[in-house]
Design a protein around this ligand. Sequence first.
Ligand code: SF4
Length: 460
Amino acid sequence: MTAPFLPMSFNEMKRLGWEQLDVLIVTGDAYVDHPAYGTALIGRLLESQGYKVGIIAEPDWKDPQSFTRLGRPRLAVLINAGAVDSMIVNYTANKRPRRDSISHMPDRACIVYTNCIRAAFKGVPVILGGIEASLRRLAHYDYWDDKPRRSLLLDSKADMIIYGMGERPLIEVIDRLNKKETISSIRDLPGTVVALKPSELPSGALMLPSFEEVSQNKAAFNKAFSLAYREMNALRGKPLAQPHADRLVLQLPPALPLTTEELDRSYDLPYARRWHPSYDAQGGVQGFEVVRWSITAVRGCPAECSFCSLTMHQGRVIQSRSERSILKEVERITKDKEFRGTISDVGGPTANLYAASCKTWEKAGACQNKQCMMPEKCPSLKLGLDKAITLYRAIRKIKGVKHVFVSSGLRYDLLVKPEAQEYLRELCAHHISGQMKVAPEHTQDHVLRLMNKPSYKVYE
Ligand code: SF4
């Protein structure tokens, strides 16, 4: 049965006839039942597999009861800090507390929430996911401490990190727990990170410089990062092992990208597209309006800008939803009484890479020694601009839609290609809400080269 919202209180659980949750999700964000929010996406997906899922959002970490109000879950607790790393939520780039922050999130939220859950529910598997855990899965440089930190898995004492986009590994791990496997026996699942004893090192794993080495030696840090970066390939990547004192952190290769059908399935679920009613009294959830009428059409980005975390999270392989699924979502939106006719975005990390493809992605994943877009677009990268134009036109025709904007960023070096002129015309004529979002990032070519961005001449 599909609940109007995933429950946030014991009373809601009772109304659904549930005595116990299968899976509890703890998140630093508010619960908005909309696919732009990872917690809703993951929660609804688990629900569609028949699991009873409840949410504790923005818990008060100083109050143990705020973690226990939905009771002990049967299978696991999933923890994420939210859509943004908690240190970025709480501090400016000058390392001062954000004065404008309305966040209830503690610093290093994944660690704090895991400690609270461990204290509340001894023996329940704890799995971390989301951007904070994903990007801190191995020893990593921490801007706030200005030095390398250990894998978040060890600092938090969680059982597992699911990195990248978590649908595929998460369903599998919950199914396996449901079949009575223990969390400590699940050590082979792509898209996960687990901790082992050194004697348990699996054969074929690539050894990275240890945490102790990368802390002392910048060359060792760079080596560890570049090895991990090169193995971000679901089809050819090797497991990576990184010693941390007497423990080994094992990162399995990335999970396979979702097929169009699988991606559609995640977005076709019956989201309420509203905040949970418990936020009504406080006037709702700040920031929701920005994404409320937006559509995620695409995931992944093959551009490899060197300052961007996307390659290490979503990967380089483009995954696009079908036109059918997107049109169905727009039709559902038009039935909403509060919809005024504007679809604010049809996008993703890079909007004009919707439906882009490369035959190598299917056979072997993205190339290890060659870039898809730098210094020039690889001839094998096929843009899906015709499909994007057809999609935009079809959305415009849906009754109740007055405007369809593309507000996600656009890769401008692709827009100036001769083959993109019809797309660019269509975009400018119908889909720009005021300013087209392009990101030159810098004006100096020697800096742009380091950022792995095109020359400023292309922008001009
Ligand atoms: S062939 Fe070209 S587009 Fe395809 S993965 Fe390799 S570099 Fe990227």
